[in-house]
Design a protein around this ligand. Structure first.
Ligand SMILES: [Zn+2]
Length: 279
């Protein structure tokens, strides 16, 4: 059984954890590291004969078109992470439509293939931005992987289903929803989809969640970021909480991903959902 593996392609300085200290106007001043760190991801996938979905920021695609072409040429899926990491619930539906349409258009031009998938920055489709599904379907997206069915200060939709499902998306349209992996323990639901949860907590948590999903016959989706495989990235001054969430165990992330790839079988989200990515 195949699970889905995904990478959100963004720079180390674009994450929501730094949004208060580093604004988009500052981004061009930071040294770019996304090409080298994504190359590390591609190498890891190649070593294990695995493919994955890459949710790429439009801002990155505009500055690194060769990187998008290279990800697509290696048989991986290109999907959209929006243009400039603005959170969905901070945008109007009109601004969101422009953001996801512009990103989809650029990624399709560069990759030469249809872009079917979207993942919101910081999983920011929540009950207060539920209008986003209709916009995504209208613009031509076929699936979304933005609804994290957990509680979190910045995101989360606790009552949303934990398994992949099809959502009504207005005007007779539907959208596949592929929620990040969670684990049920003693009545609580924990996020277990990778990223900081794979770095900070014991990796057994993600392994157990994938095994339990397999027993139920349901695929899980795991995610990580290229910057999480780059322990030498420049340090941005921040408080203790952000320091733990962003920097903790960066030097261990590659081996933890490697262990997951050895034990479980992964492919792209589109393939797990049975969607054909047309040229
Ligand atoms: Zn992101």
């Amino acid at each position: 059984m195949h699970h889905a593996l995904s990478f959100d392609v963004e720079e180390y300085f674009q994450v929501s954890n730094f949004a208060r200290t580093v604004t988009p106007a500052d981004w061009d001043r930071f040294p770019s590291r996304v090409e080298a760190s994504t190359e590390r991801v591609l190498h890891l996938l190649d070593e294990h004969g695995t493919r994955a979905t890459f949710f790429v920021l439009g801002w990155i695609a505009e500055r690194h078109p060769e990187l998008v072409r290279r990800i697509a040429a290696t048989g991986n899926e290109i999907a959209s992470h929006g243009w400039d990491h603005r959170l969905v619930y901070d945008m109007t539906p009109e601004a969101f439509r422009a953001d996801v349409a512009r990103t989809k258009g650029l990624l399709e031009d560069l990759s030469g293939r249809a872009v079917l998938g979207y993942r919101a920055p910081s999983f920011s489709i929540t009950p207060r931005s539920a209008w986003a599904f209709a916009v995504l379907a209208e613009v031509g997206y076929r699936y979304d992987s933005s609804v994290f069915p957990v509680r979190h200060p910045r995101y989360g939709w606790r009552s949303s289903p934990t398994d992949p499902h099809v959502r009504e998306a207005g005007e007779g349209r539907t959208l596949h929803e592929f929620p990040p992996l969670t684990l049920r323990v003693l009545g609580a639901r924990l996020p277990a989809a990778g990223g900081a949860y794979l770095r900070i907590f014991p990796p057994a948590l993600v392994h157990l969640a994938l095994r339990k999903a397999e027993r139920r016959g349901v695929p899980g989706v795991v995610y990580a970021h290229p910057w999480e495989l780059d322990p030498d990235q420049p340090r941005i001054p921040c408080g203790l909480g952000v320091r733990v969430r962003h920097y903790r165990n960066l030097e261990r992330m590659e081996s933890r991903l490697r262990a997951l790839l050895r034990v479980f079988s992964f492919t792209t989200l589109a393939e797990v959902l049975g969607l054909e990515v047309r040229a």
